[in-house]
Design a protein around this ligand. Structure first.
Ligand SMILES: [Zn+2]
Ligand SMILES: [Zn+2]
Length: 324
């Protein structure tokens, strides 16, 4: 008899119909589309996720080769360094992935977290979940990484790239992966994020990181229009300008609204930007794996006390020379 009730409950819940036992209704009653969407992401095999993400990198890599915004002669060497960092991040990230899955399951089973405190329809739980994960686990932690010195030491590795392409989106020190993964774990618990919403967010987050770093030319009008809502390639490139104040703008990853709401939005033509970070413009410092891994443990420099301006001046002069 009990098993029969359970079967009726499950059948009614998944078809969006009323359940006979009101006390056993989930807080967020599923609708067919959202239910299927969450089920799809919750049960998505890791090989499918990997295929999607590697497919994105490969597609953008070829697009960059056909119509690059900025030409680079040593693309493969540049990519190898960033991909080597990616392998190290994966090792750290996998350990955290298990914790995040446990946290997501805990919030679902115990209805723990802010989004469970109000009776939201499922679609609102999904939309708000992705939106606020993007705020806490991307915008806010990124902002904090720029303001707290020991965190900046790790994030510096991402900014030290003087050529921005799809592989730059994968260029993070494994120590930064610990910081970011801890932020995601905290946000999942704080908000109450089911595993399906987390995987949906994570997939969008990685795809956006690839697209916004891609060395592709996006028509200015289209990019500006899209940047009203989402983070676009031209918008994120501003964040990679070598010096402040532009380095400290555009912290968002998926939605541009956080930068607009908190006054950190900036826009500039890609041609006017110089990529890199003013404290580490020497090629040996930003293009050797061993130097990148040890970067957070070296003394922090202030921009005015190093050779950055000379290095950038040389770069600008050589560009001017090529133009003559
Ligand atoms: Zn940054
Ligand atoms: Zn970036």
């Amino acid at each position: 008899m009990e098993a029969g009730l359970d079967e009726t409950f499950v059948r009614c819940a998944t078809s969006g119909l009323e359940t006979p036992d009101e006390s056993r209704q989930p807080l967020t009653k599923p609708g067919p589309f959202m239910d299927n969407l969450l089920e799809f992401f919750a049960s998505m095999p890791s090989w499918q996720r990997s295929f999607l993400l590697i497919g994105g990198i490969v597609a953008l890599w070829f697009a960059e080769g056909m119509r690059p915004m900025v030409a680079l002669s040593s693309r493969s060497r540049h990519a190898m360094i960033n991909l080597a960092l990616t392998v190290l991040q994966l090792v750290v990230g996998l350990a955290f992935a298990a914790l995040i899955v446990l946290a997501a399951d805990f919030t679902t089973v115990s209805s723990f977290g802010l989004l469970y405190q109000v009776a939201l329809p499922l679609w609102a739980h999904v939309v708000l979940g992705v939106l606020f994960l993007d705020f806490f686990a991307a915008y806010l932690i990124h902002y904090v990484e720029h303001k707290i010195r020991w965190m900046w030491r790790f994030h510096l590795v991402h900014h030290s790239d003087t050529h921005i392409d799809v592989t730059t989106g994968l260029r993070h020190h494994p120590g930064e992966t610990v910081i970011r993964s801890t932020a995601i774990l905290g946000a999942v618990l704080l908000l109450g994020i089911p595993i399906g919403v987390f995987v949906l967010y994570q997939t969008l987050s990685v795809l956006f990181a690839q697209i916004e770093h891609a060395n592709i030319r996006v028509p200015d009008g289209i990019d500006r229009l899209l940047s009203l809502v989402i983070v676009t390639p031209n918008m994120h490139k501003v964040h990679h300008h070598f010096e402040q104040p532009l380095t400290d703008t555009n912290y968002g990853n998926i939605f541009s609204i956080w930068d607009r709401v908190f006054g950190t939005f900036a826009y500039a033509a890609p041609e006017s930007l110089t990529y890199g970070i003013d404290t580490h413009m020497k090629p040996a410092e930003h293009s050797r794996l061993v130097n990148l891994l040890s970067m957070p443990f070296r003394e922090l420099r202030s921009p005015s006390s190093n050779e950055l301006h000379r290095a950038v001046d040389d770069k600008m002069k050589s560009r001017e020379g090529e133009g003559k």
